[in-house]
Design a protein around this ligand. Structure first.
Ligand code: F6R
Length: 366
């Protein structure tokens, strides 16, 4: 089953172009996006939604955090994202016009299922699952669904499930934007074009593997790592840190780069490598000054930039460039090198990549 790959995680990272092409199959020939993508009753249930509440755990929660940036910026709809195990035990203020979106690879995560049941018990009936397993409990319990077509994910560390969840959540954003009159035909055609190109764009990012492998050598002896990102790339920094701690057991933390000066900068010295997710977007200039703060304390920087970013290699600053800048979808591309980095660091450390200690693939207990 592994074919030419050494581990499922590696295989699943490299399957992402296909997983995305399958998940986005319907945009291939489509001239427009229809709410029906999310189920037969979707138009009725999605219309009049006043806000979105996303509930999930772990990597799926990170996908939700990215989606919040999209839903608010593109669809203009307020969005909250909550860790399922927190939501289910919290006294919250329910609004029946909320769209409750649950995200889960397995569809069997106990906390996510319980959070959904809690939301339903509070009177919220507009429910949607983004899930990779069509016959799962989660899908049975929601009014609407989008099934990602990542195929079975065997490695404990989630990779292709995450990027296909992002694709699904971007489709949801576009459908919501359209229902709310915020996406005209020309913009819709441009978005569909960009989505069709996503599998090839991910393929091009995967070609960075040899350079990432070289970087990974430098992390084998490290105890701690800091990940930085801003805006919709902050959740990508969180995801990079989760992948690294999960499979290489290196302590990793992620911060929105603007928070550095409010505390974590105290940790930075030459023993603390700092990984920056630095796409060429409106926040790049701000991020660059955050990175100078790190350099000034002797921290070694590993920067994932875009082809046209004005960031150069220099003493203590290593820069890898993704082939192109991808606008709103760049979060989906920028997670891929972080997956590869954690994989190769784990190989350097000799850990059990596909079955990290203490973890289960599907967490069906509280
Ligand atoms: C991390 C990872 C976990 C899962 C989490 C939720 O690599 O795999 O954090 O994302 O346990 O699982 P699902 O998506 O199945 O609900």
């Amino acid at each position: 089953e592994l074919g030419t790959y050494d581990h499922y995680m590696q295989k699943e990272i490299f399957e992402q172009p296909d997983a995305l092409a399958n998940t986005l199959e319907m945009v291939g020939a489509a001239k427009s996006l229809q709410p029906g993508l999310f189920g037969a009753d979707a138009e009725g249930l999605l219309k009049g939604v006043r806000q979105v509440l996303i509930l999930a755990c772990g990597t799926s929660w990170h996908a939700g955090l990215v989606a919040r940036y999209w839903l608010e910026a593109i669809a203009g709809i307020p969005c909250a994202v909550e860790i399922a195990s927190e939501y289910r035990y919290r006294e919250s203020v329910p609004d029946p016009e909320t769209l409750v979106v649950t995200i889960s690879q397995s569809g069997e995560t106990a906390d996510t299922l319980a959070a959904l049941q809690h939301a339903k018990a509070l009177g919220m009936r507009r429910t949607l699952a983004v899930c990779n397993v069509p016959e799962s409990s989660l899908v049975r319990e929601t009014a609407l669904r989008f099934i990602t077509r990542a195929g079975p994910e065997i490695g404990v560390a989630s990779t292709k499930a995450f990027t296909t969840q992002l694709a699904a959540l971007y489709l949801l954003t576009l459908v919501m934007a359209k229902l709310r009159g915020r996406l005209d035909a020309a913009a819709e055609a441009r978005e569909l074009q960009a989505l069709r190109h996503v599998p090839a764009a991910v393929q091009a990012v995967l070609a960075l593997e040899p350079a990432i492998k070289t970087w990974a050598q430098l992390f084998g002896a490290k105890q701690h790592t800091l990940f930085l990102g801003r805006g919709r790339h902050y959740p990508i920094a969180l995801e990079g840190a989760l992948k690294l701690k999960e499979i290489s057991y290196i302590h990793a933390e992620a911060y929105p780069a603007g928070e550095l000066k409010h505390g974590p900068l105290a940790l930075v010295d030459k023993e603390m490598p700092v990984i920056a997710v630095a796409p060429n977007d409106a926040l790049l200039e701000k991020l660059k000054s955050n990175l100078q703060e790190v350099r000034a304390r002797g921290g070694e920087l590993f920067v994932f930039a875009d082809a046209d970013s004005e960031i150069a290699d220099s003493e203590g600053v290593h820069v890898l460039r993704l082939p192109e800048h991808y606008g709103a979808l760049s979060a989906l591309l920028h997670v891929v090198p972080l997956q590869l980095l954690s994989y190769h660091v784990a190989l350097v450390k000799g850990t059990d990549v596909d079955k990290p200690r203490n973890l289960a693939k599907s967490v069906t207990v509280e």
